[in-house]
Structures are given as C-alpha cells and as structure tokens.
Ligand binder design. Structure first.
Ligand SMILES: Nc1ncnc2c1ncn2[C@@H]1O[C@H](COP(=O)(O)OP(=O)(O)O)[C@@H](O)[C@H]1O
Ligand SMILES: [Mg+2]
Length: 246
C-alpha cells in the first residue's frame, strides 16, 4: 500500500475552513469546530494541516486541566512554562501577540466538559485574535453547544461525514497498488466506511493479487475474497486461484 495523504472531501472542507478563518478581518471571531465520527481522518488531517500552516497542534488528554493545557501551549510556543497559572496565561498571550500562530486542539472531547478551560481558550483567542480550531467527536459538538457564549463565537463548523463512493474511489486509487474496477469499489463503499476498514481491505486485495498474479480486482474476485475471508486457504491467499480457474 502506498503511503499517501488522500484529499477526501472532508479534507477539502477542512482546508476551506482554514482559508476562511485566515481571511476573516480583525475583530471577527476566528474560532471553529471540526467534528465527526472516529476513523474518518480528523486527527491525521489536523496534523497535516498544522504542518502546512505552521500551526500549533495540541492533543488533549483525559486528565488534562486548564493549567496543563496552558503548560503544553507555552511549551509548543517554545518558552519555558512559569509556575503560576496567571503567568502561564500571560506567556501564551504575549508570545502569540509577538508571533501569531493558528492553534488546533484535537480530542477536544476531553476538555469540553471543563467550562473554565474552554473559557480560558476563548480568552486567549479574544486577546490575540489567532485562529483556534477545536477538533472532536460528535459528542464534543453537543457539549460545546451548552456554552452559548462560546458556541456563538464558532464562526465555522465542519462535520466530517462518512465517505462517499467518490471518496472511496479516490482512497483506493491512491493507496492500493493493484487496480480495482468501479463496481468493485462500489461494493467496498457499501461494506467499509472508515479508513481502517478500507485499509484492511486494500491490504487483503494486494496480498491476494500478489499471490495469484492478478492485475485487476473486479467485483467477482472481490466478492469471493470478502465471502471467504475466514477460510484458511483464502487466508493463505491461494483459494482465489480456484475461483479464477473455475
Ligand atoms: N487523508 C488520509 N489519507 C490517508 N490515510 C488517512 C487519511 N486520513 C486518515 N488516514 C488514516 O486513517 C486512520 C484513522 O484516521 P484518524 O485521523 O485517526 O481519524 P479520526 O481522528 O477521525 O478518528 C489513521 O490510520 C490515518 O493514518
Ligand atoms: Mg482523532
């Protein structure tokens, strides 16, 4: 399988959101939310876009407090965290005013119940006007909705949606090293709607293709592979031969 970052429709929507935030005039809120079910590529895209845009990427964790968050942010800004929380806050604001950088906070679900931390992040935004993007799951969106002040400030909201058949086509044609016909892609789209599931199928197709010298996976071969996944001779990738030579 090729190691390529695929620009799915979700990725394109995330890119558009960043462009939209960066083009907003001063004084207009630049906070946004990206949310969706797991396995659709939110974190990988956030990391990729952080690298592209020289942004700060912070992944929240289960035990994270407001103070811990500020320490991480100070650290990412290249400073040595001070002791007092008020100093940490000032360090963040001063550094961001001196050199503005977009901030992407992943797994915001962990912080979404902590009103103080969420409001501290909003204060950082209001004092510096740097774009801040929350990334989380569907539940995070519901939790954040409870903070009306904050939710109203979210100028852009993007939902990562299940892959369309065009997305799956794009993922397979870019990642899979063996060719797959359009009807076969359709079947995969019906069966798999997360990156991991699609990647598992691609690995399987490549293994079968290699063992059996197949250059094109059509719907018949695919159906046999999916149908017989638990059979031992198929696990060895050899059973397909019998299908092919029937
Ligand atoms: N655009 C992409 N191109 C290729 N692989 C991707 C892409 N997005 C995600 N992946 C892979 O899919 C898996 C799940 O992605 P992840 O970003 O963890 O999803 P989420 O954060 O939405 O749960 C990861 O193994 C990741 O490397
Ligand atoms: Mg994630």
């Amino acid at each position: 399988m090729r190691k390529i970052f695929v620009k799915t429709q979700n990725v394109k929507n995330f890119i558009a959101l960043i462009n939209s935030l960066q083009n907003k005039p001063d004084g207009i809120s630049k906070m946004a939310l990206v949310y969706g079910e797991p396995g659709l590529g939110k974190s990988r895209t956030a990391l990729w876009l952080a690298a592209q845009n020289d942004a700060i990427y912070i992944r929240s964790t289960n035990l994270m407090t407001g103070r811990w968050f500020l320490e991480e942010l100070v650290d990412e800004l290249g400073e040595i965290p001070r002791y007092w929380t008020s100093d940490l806050f000032k360090q963040c604001v001063n550094k961001l005013l001196e050199r503005p950088q977009m901030i992407i906070i992943d797994e915001i679900d962990y912080l979404a119940s902590d009103q103080k931390t969420i409001e501290t992040i909003r204060d950082i935004h209001d004092k510096t006007n740097v774009p801040i993007i929350f990334v989380g799951m569907t539940l995070a969106q519901k939790k954040l909705q409870r903070y009306k002040h904050l939710y109203d400030r979210l100028s852009d909201i993007v939902q990562f949606k299940s892959f369309s058949v065009i997305d799956v086509q794009e993922i397979i044609s870019q990642l899979c090293e063996v060719e797959v016909t359009e009807p076969a892609v359709s079947i995969i789209h019906n069966q798999a709607n997360r990156f991991r599931q699609i990647v598992r199928i691609i690995n399987r197709l490549e293994a079968v293709a290699k063992t059996n010298n197949i250059e094109l996976i059509d719907e018949n071969i695919l159906k046999e592979i999916l149908k017989n996944e638990s059979r031992q001779d198929f696990k060895d990738n050899k059973g397909v031969k019998q299908v092919l030579h029937r």
